[in-house]
Design a protein around this ligand. Sequence first.
Ligand code: NAP
Length: 251
Amino acid sequence: MGRFDGRVAVITGAARGIGFGTAKRFSEEGAAIAIIDLDEAAASEAAGKLDTKAIGIGCDVSNAESVDAAIARVVEELGGIHILVNNAGITRDNLLFKMTEDDWDLVMNVHLKGAFLMTRAAQKHFVEQKYGKILNLSSVSALGNRGQANYSAAKMGVQGFTRTLGIELGPYGINANAIAPGFIATEMTDATAARLKMGVEEFRKLNADANPVRRVGYPEDIAAAAAFLCSDEASYITGQTLYVDGGSKLG
Ligand code: NAP
């Protein structure tokens, strides 16, 4: 028996990286999965790698029509929705004086508006059935990070959003929590290495050496914490942000 038998989980930005790692873990624990990503072909290919029933849906989480259509498809094709993981994300790093309005708007739209639209669409079903789990991806960058004024503001915004969801939705059997990952080896951090003109392995080693547990994180590290927070074992935990970062911000 898996912790997610009979559950349907929707995970955004899950064609790769942390989202895919989480989809894989939830599938291993019994959930049917909807992989949402910008590119439907990539989402479907990722869904095809899972062992339980899984579908891929092309959707831009920052577009209300696209989000509402995606949630309607999940309910029609998978029979309901019980878990939502707002994971889709992008970076547009630059020092403040070089940051464009587009860099700001894009990051806000994907992380904050995206989480809002997806949650608004899913909560109708959660409230009706008096059951739901929401997990939002924040970041250690919420605490401040040079070159990431947009991303850092969005990721701290995600924490405030999560706390408010906890207050508003708690009475309806819905838990909302956030995970703030530290350095996780994915295409997102590989792209940062390229921007800094460093090799991927060199960049990972630099981050591993600076971390109290002397390694970088992997999507599986986030997936394990996500599985706990979205399970019924965590039903007395809501509105919280769990830092999964090897202690990188301890001092
Ligand atoms: P990733 O490998 O870049 O994957 C992100 C996925 O989100 C991509 O498949 C991307 O699709 C998709 N996406 C982007 N914009 C979208 C939109 N508007 N609608 C739907 N999907 C969209 O990133 P990751 O490293 O796995 O990160 C996942 C989450 O964790 C993000 O929220 C990120 O901010 C957060 N996080 C990551 C780290 C880290 O070290 N990796 C640390 C802290 C927090 P395309 O490829 O088509 O753009």
